[in-house]
Design a protein around this ligand. Sequence first.
Ligand SMILES: Cc1cc2nc3c(=O)[nH]c(=O)nc-3n(C[C@H](O)[C@H](O)[C@H](O)COP(=O)(O)OP(=O)(O)OC[C@H]3O[C@@H](n4cnc5c(N)ncnc54)[C@H](O)[C@@H]3O)c2cc1C
Length: 301
Amino acid sequence: MTALIQELNRLAPQLALREHEPMSRHTTFRIGGPARLMALPASQMEAAAAVRAARALGIAPFFLGNGSDLLVSDRGFDGFIIKTTGLDQTREVNRRLRAESGIPLARLAMAALGRGHTGLEFAHGIPGTLGGGVTMNAGAYGGELVQVLTSVTFLNEEAEVITLPVEECALTYRHSLFTDHPEWLILGAEFELAQGDPAAIKDKMDELAQKRRSKQPLDLPSAGSTFKRPAGYFAAALIEQCGLKGVGIGGAQVSEKHAGFVVNRGGATADDVRRLMDLIQDTVHRETGVTLEPEVKFLGF
Ligand SMILES: Cc1cc2nc3c(=O)[nH]c(=O)nc-3n(C[C@H](O)[C@H](O)[C@H](O)COP(=O)(O)OP(=O)(O)OC[C@H]3O[C@@H](n4cnc5c(N)ncnc54)[C@H](O)[C@@H]3O)c2cc1C
């Protein structure tokens, strides 16, 4: 890492760097040991410099958004993380909204509202960034990013900037070309949104926020839905049906409010969460024959 730090200081002298950074500060689970090195670029130029410096030394960086779909091991991650939340600009080009990948989806939805654009109301309550959202094709209440995106711009493994039309990004349920290519850094995306009535857009956001508050355990740290929706079923219903609602291991617990969420009820370790997820998967498979696939991503295991 010393060589990488020297190269980063040379290529991007202003780039903010943190060594041994506790990942519990960067995940919505509030779990995770230290990352050996984290860069926090403030611009696409700095992010690209960080990627190029790492690649030149044969290091594969991990790209972090808001860590809202991520479980980091208690030992941490002995590698290089590039956190994208400093890339948060939006602008309008030819009546299309363009945004950088580190913008929170909530702010992106508000930027659309500010322009009287409808179509991103569903994204307002999802606590991730645009980059994480594109990677996962984030969606809620019938909306999904694939429905409103026109293109995605990213840096490939050769550090070339590529823009692909959304049709070529293979966005399906919680999956995309980018989940298959973790070595690509999403820099930004473009949206085509219809003109709408700002008051109606705001009402829709408020209605969805109210639904979330009533159904989800938003008062406790989590990474949202722990498992993907298996074809033909709902993960939460299967977990509840197996009597697992409220079951805990250490500080991790199957939420009493929404069985699809594993929550950190205080002091949970990544190991607690992993063991609870194993218990859920084993029990649901034994009792119902359905295999639950994690939606949450793992780092450092
Ligand atoms: C309370 C709660 C509610 C939630 N509700 C929903 C919901 O309704 N719908 C939904 O879809 N999700 C939901 N989630 C999950 C999560 O918010 C989304 O998956 C979100 O899109 C993840 O974004 P992130 O920035 O936090 O990604 P991270 O967790 O930081 O990363 C997730 C993955 O994306 C990759 N990634 C992130 N940024 C980039 C980038 N710029 N370039 C390349 N790869 C990148 C990471 O490497 C990682 O593999 C919820 C989570 C919580 C905690």
